[in-house]
Design a protein around this ligand. Structure first.
Ligand code: PLP
Length: 373
């Protein structure tokens, strides 16, 4: 039995009628930019998240650039960012005029820690980007407390993850995206909450930051008459908002399935073959990618693909080692031993909001086969 690396279609199939209606409703309404669907989605998303504001933007990458600008980041500033992440977490910094400074991650959670961030601070550090990688939850409160700097959460992979005091996911006390000063989401189709194209959002509890974000996404203007700063044309569009509104009520159930899949992988014996992901303390990750580690990662990817099992390494060359980032490291590349080790040994196994116990057993069996062969 072939098992795909991810599967968005199965979860959406029962919503086909509602999606159809939402798309036609938007087309018939004739308001395609910043109309009623985006306004309603922003309210519903903020309400679900537990944040005061959500602002829809064009994608998760521009969301980071705009959120940094709203924090006042600009030329001459430095922004600390992990290197073990999707390229865009760091790529979004130079368009503000600031310089990315790369930090290492924790070998267990694969997320930044207060220690790894502090090692990258200089007097020019203006903000910290914390990535909730693969759906795990980075220690935002601790990083804010220990650095005194504004923290931007890149929550692109963590929609639906929760942070609980008692470890009970039915008592969520907070969600990534509402832990720091400002946060960003991506609604790229394969994300935990994905549209039918590009989309993103910026969330915050700060009224002034939300206002500045709203201005920045519309050319630096609040009223389309006066242009108060150089901004962006970066809006979530109505069709995407309509699609996302149909899906949002299902996100918690999809997230719970992703979390339960981790337990199912464990029961199926994945731990005896490779190193499984490790949830941060008090976190119930809605694993976006199910990333395990093995010294034989490359062999596993090839062997699993041969057997029809989706598998791949996402960040084999970490961001700080990609050619365009050399210019920001004039004294030599950052020394990030954990990042380099994770880059070499990680691989993603199939996970989705609907992956079955049989599919997980198939994956674990195939992992065992490849390693035995
Ligand atoms: C997907 C992703 C982004 C970028 O989102 P886009 O909507 O594709 O621009 C940024 N950061 C992380 C960690 C991501 O996974």
């Amino acid at each position: 039995m072939a098992v795909p690396l991810f599967d968005t279609a199965t979860a959406l199939a029962p919503l086909r009628g509602e999606l159809h209606d939402a798309l036609l409703r938007t087309a018939d309404g004739g308001a395609f930019i910043l109309g009623p669907e985006v306004g309603a989605f922003e309210q519903e998303f903020a309400g679900w998240l537990g944040a005061r504001h959500a602002v829809g933007v064009a994608n998760g990458t521009e969301a980071i650039t705009i959120a940094l600008r709203a924090l006042g980041v600009g030329p001459g500033d430095e922004v600390v960012v992990p290197s073990f992440t999707f390229w865009a977490s760091a790529e979004a910094i130079p368009p503000t005029g600031a310089t990315p400074v790369f930090c290492d991650v924790d070998p267990e959670t694969m997320c930044v820690t207060a220690e790894t961030v502090k090692a990258a601070l200089t007097p020019r550090t203006k903000a910290v980007i914390v990535v909730h990688l693969f759906g795990n939850v980075a220690p935002v409160a601790e990083i804010r407390r220990e650095t005194g700097l504004p923290v931007l959460e890149d929550a692109a992979q963590a929609a639906g993850s929760t942070l609980t005091a008692d470890g009970d996911p039915t008592h969520p006390i907070a969600r990534p995206g509402a832990l720091g000063d400002i946060a960003t989401f991506s609604f790229y189709p394969s994300k935990n909450l994905g549209g039918f194209g590009d989309g993103g959002a910026i969330t915050t509890n700060d009224d002034a930051l939300a206002e500045r974000v709203r201005t920045l996404r519309f050319h630096g203007s609040a009223d389309k008459v006066d242009y108060v700063e150089i901004g962006y044309n970066s809006r979530l569009d109505e069709l995407q908002a309509a699609v996302l509104r149909v899906q949002l009520p299902h996100l918690n159930a999809w997230a719970a399935h992703r979390a339960a899949s981790h337990v199912r992988y464990h029961r199926a014996g994945i731990d005896e073959l490779v190193q499984p992901p490790v949830a941060a303390p008090d976190a119930t990750p809605a694993w976006h990618l199910y990333v395990v580690r093995s010294p034989r990662a490359d062999e596993l990817v090839a062997g699993l693909q041969e057997r029809g099992i989706g598998a791949r390494a996402y960040y084999r060359t970490p961001v700080h080692r990609q050619a365009p980032m050399a210019v920001f490291q004039p004294d030599g590349l950052a020394d990030l031993p954990v990042t380099d080790e994770l880059a070499r040994t990680h691989l993603a196994l199939p996970i989705s909001a609907t992956i079955t116990e049989e599919q997980i057993a198939e994956v674990v069996g195939a992992v065992g086969d490849v390693l035995a062969g």
